[in-house]
Design a protein around this ligand. Structure first.
Ligand SMILES: Nc1ncnc2c1ncn2[C@@H]1O[C@H](COP(=O)(O)OP(=O)(O)OP(=O)(O)O)[C@@H](O)[C@H]1O
Ligand SMILES: [Mg+2]
Length: 301
């Protein structure tokens, strides 16, 4: 009997050891899998909601809310482009601004390089702000008309690279202007002395100055004519290849987004109604709204 008990104990022990060992292997595998995957994911947005209060009456009380972003989730891998399309007022800009903490989120989470950022205070977030930039639709509106281009691009360097000397800063501005296809001599000129396309290049140089890892491009080429659009898009793609920058590319023009994006999100009334790799969205749209958007793309035949 004792002998049988010992054998049973032996097998039980082996089973236990195997379970523990298997569990460990499993854990190692799971952790490894997540480590490998999270390494690629630069930005993860989880159930993001941004509501704006609506005030009314004599006392300007809150009478309702605009659900500009109503539960949006997606991921962007390092060095990749996610296109965000949808009609006017669907909440695209608000998504971009909320991710960059320019607008306060109502709820949800945003992880940048694995770190939740919505809960960070302004001072905690400051070192990260550099890595996350925005390029706007109307660069003229966002360029101070009283500052020279050199000062505008150099300002970002002054804030984020305080140890740069004046001449180092000037050299860096000159090389940034060259990178975006402008001449370094242009740094002495003012925004009104440039064309729309050139102004957009200045906006890109300013965003690039701080070596970001992620840029929200909000309708960045919408105001430009088609040939200049193509130049700016090519510039953005070259910069992505060189520096591994990830873009959230916001546009209502599906043709532009198709050309640029690895993955596309279609947004309507604050929610994402369809999301898929760019090719799949164009070749096999599922949602009625996506089909309507695609049907609205002018065909050049
Ligand atoms: N600061 C704000 N206060 C109140 N409501 C706002 C604010 N910003 C945006 N909204 C509202 O949120 C909704 C989404 O606006 P948003 O600018 O994000 O849309 P969009 O998709 O970028 O549109 P467009 O293509 O015209 O730029 C709109 O109804 C807008 O009126
Ligand atoms: Mg917008």
């Amino acid at each position: 009997m004792q002998f049988l008990g010992a054998i049973r104990g032996f097998f039980l022990g082996c089973g236990l050891l195997r379970t523990i060992f298997k569990g460990r292997c499993y854990n190692v595998l799971i952790h490894g899998y997540f480590l490998l995957n999270t390494e690629k994911v630069l930005l993860r947005v989880e159930n993001l909601k941004t509501y704006f209060p609506v005030h009314g009456g004599i006392l300007r009380r809150k009478v309702g809310e605009i659900r500009a972003v109503d539960g949006v989730s997606f991921e962007i891998e390092a060095g990749k482009t996610v296109g965000l399309v949808g009609e006017s007022g669907s909440g695209k800009t608000t998504v971009g601004r909320t991710i960059l903490k320019l607008v306060q989120a109502t709820s949800g989470s945003v992880y940048f390089e694995g770190r939740e950022i919505l809960g960070l205070s302004e001072s905690e977030f400051r070192p990260l702000r550099r890595s996350m930039q925005m390029i706007f639709q109307d660069p003229f509106g966002s360029l101070n008309p009283r500052m020279t281009i050199g000062a505008i691009v150099g300002e970002a360097l002054e804030i984020h690279f305080r140890n740069f000397s004046k001449s180092e800063r000037r050299d860096r501005v000159a090389s940034l202007l060259q990178q975006v296809g402008l001449q370094p001599e242009m740094m002495r000129r003012y925004p009104h002395e440039f064309s729309g396309g050139q102004r957009q290049r200045i906006g890109i140089a300013r965003a690039l100055a701080v070596r970001p890892r992620f840029i929200v491009c909000d309708e960045s080429v919408s105001a430009l004519d088609v040939s200049v659009q193509a130049q700016i898009i090519n510039l953005l793609m070259d910069l992505q290849e060189e520096y591994g920058i990830a873009y959230l590319f916001i546009a209502h023009d599906l043709a532009v987004v198709e050309h640029l994006s690895d993955y596309v999100l279609v947004m309507k009334d604050g929610i994402i109604v369809e999301s898929a790799p760019a090719e799949a969205i164009y070749n096999d749209p599922h949602h009625e709204y996506t089909k309507t958007l695609l049907a609205a793309v002018p065909q050049l035949t």
